[in-house]
Design a protein around this ligand. Sequence first.
Ligand code: SF4
Length: 355
Amino acid sequence: MITRRKTRKIYVGPVAVGGDAPISIQSMTSVPTVDVKAVLNQLHRLEEVGCDIVRLGIPDEASAYAVGEIKKHTSLPLVADIHFDYRLALICIQQGIDGLRLNPGNIRQREHVETVVKACKERRIPIRIGVNSGSIDRSRYPHPTAEALVDSALRHIQILEELDFFDIKVSLKSSDVPTMVEAYRLFATQRDYPLHLGVTEAGPLSQALIKSGIGIGSLLLDGIGDTLRVSITGDNLEDEIEAARIILRSLGLRKEGIEIISCPTCARKEFDVARTVELFQQKTRHIREYLRVAIMGCVVNGPGEALESDIGIAIGKSSAIVIENGQKTSLKIPNPTPEAIATVLVKEIEKRLHH
Ligand code: SF4
């Protein structure tokens, strides 16, 4: 059982982050923010798969003004990602943004920071301080070590604290997993602001999944982390959300979706388990309720695993046994095919969920 670190609670729109709030899942759009139609399309995809908060890059004024139109058509809380230019922050605030990602130390003039902070206070908009190994000030920190990331974050934080602003969340991302883990652990000893976890520039799909699983997972096991993003190169929005959900589910922190227990298959396999799992996964991706479903490829070890699941199936050459809540059911599927098995399992799940 993981005991979560106690953090301050902030709100990004209606979504609570920190305190006793469930760990939220974030992503970021990958199309130009001025292309409102393309942004809305990605927001719709993200909403469908259960994303909680979405970040938009704001490179120029036109993007900042587009926020107003985007906000009219989505209920997802939006965070504006802004570098250096305080005016973009002010426009986004006017346009109804729910959060900013902005490092105040990168805004040269103090009064500009004060103007942004005043506007955030008035509208209760939080600011994420996002320190990154790639963009850390190299004149101050020759190497992006964990200490450098934390020190850099604390400098930005101090500016906000001096202005009496505490609706802060913090990220300390690195593409190097041990550095990222160490930085968050170190920061957790310094301040109680909620933490946004992530491995930055994590790379293509398989590498990103493993690096994020290790980095984010290690911290969550320590009880550290209030919101997270699994970043994957390219247009992999659904994969990002699914990966985040699997990380949280594997640690028992947020039980959602279908957890598939399927065997790797071996010489004893009597059935095409891989195809069955693939079909079953396609048919159940949309389900948010949590269920543990075992799909096992033979009747030797299969029933054992199936007994531990909400619903399980052990598939032999000429028949398949369905097990529910640890009991064999009378349901038998003679001469099974992957399609038939997937269909029966989906029907059993639907019956269960609609009861
Ligand atoms: S369940 Fe059966 S087929 Fe699957 S790995 Fe175990 S022994 Fe092999």
